[in-house]
Design a protein around this ligand. Structure first.
Ligand code: C5J
Length: 227
């Protein structure tokens, strides 16, 4: 069943069967006080405003039968998959791999690396661990999408101008159509968030489409039993 979601620059058509909800990096290290983002001096409340709308979208996507994919940015404990340039960048006193209140920063298996409780993956939903900003780089995301007959993505998560943008650009170059939900993506820098969204939809949708989650929720059918 194809639905039409009012969006910028024009309506985004999707069939839940060939669409995936991609939730990018909603990890404690980015969203919670005491995580990496807050240790860098950022105001995490700017990202937390995405949680409630994203919970509603996640519930609706599950009810519609849509594939839901979660990503986490992070590295192996021995940092063998972390480019030295990424580790050195910023000369941070508390950077990737260093101990913090939530365990070692952005290291797989640590408390801070995992997804926040409010958006915990359900059993069977793929969780992709990615070493880079884009969700396609060094992951099997493209294989999962192609094998699942997925052609369209609803992209959410953090941060708008970094991992969300990089993923949308990667998806666009691979031929996937992306709808970014403006209230389900967030940035520590409000101006980057605003311009980042404009950049996606500019020039007739050069990277994709942008809509508020309410526009999607108004259209999504409920096809599965909610227990
Ligand atoms: C960053 C991300 N900002 N998930 N990661 O380093 O956007």
């Amino acid at each position: 069943m194809t639905i039409s979601v009012p969006a910028v620059p024009y309506d985004f058509e999707l069939d839940p069967e060939s669409t995936a909800l991609v939730i990018i990096d909603m990890q404690r290290d980015f969203l919670e006080p005491g995580g990496f983002g807050s240790l860098l001096g950022n105001d995490v409340s700017l990202l937390q405003r995405t949680v409630a709308p994203l919970q509603a979208v996640l519930a609706a996507a599950r009810a519609s039968g849509m594939l839901v994919i979660h990503t986490r940015e992070g590295h192996r404990p021995d940092l063998a998959d972390a480019p030295p340039a990424k580790l050195a960048r910023g000369h941070l006193s508390c950077g990737i791999g260093d101990p913090g209140p939530f365990g070692r920063i952005l290291i797989r298996g640590e408390h801070g690396h995992d997804i926040i409780d409010e958006l915990a993956p359900a059993e069977g939903e793929p969780i992709l661990d990615k070493p880079g900003k884009g969700a396609f780089y060094a992951t099997d995301l493209e294989l999962l999408l192609r094998n699942g007959g997925i052609t369209r993505l609803i992209v959410t998560g953090v941060t708008t101008e970094v991992c969300v943008h990089t993923t949308v650009r990667e998806a666009n170059d691979r031929g996937f159509e992306c709808l970014v939900l403006s209230d389900c993506v967030g940035s520590y820098f409000p101006e980057f968030h605003e311009v980042g969204l404009q950049m996606i939809a500019a020039q007739g949708g050069i990277f994709g489409w942008v809509a508020a989650s309410s526009e999607l929720l108004a259209q999504l059918p409920v096809t599965t039993h909610i227990s």
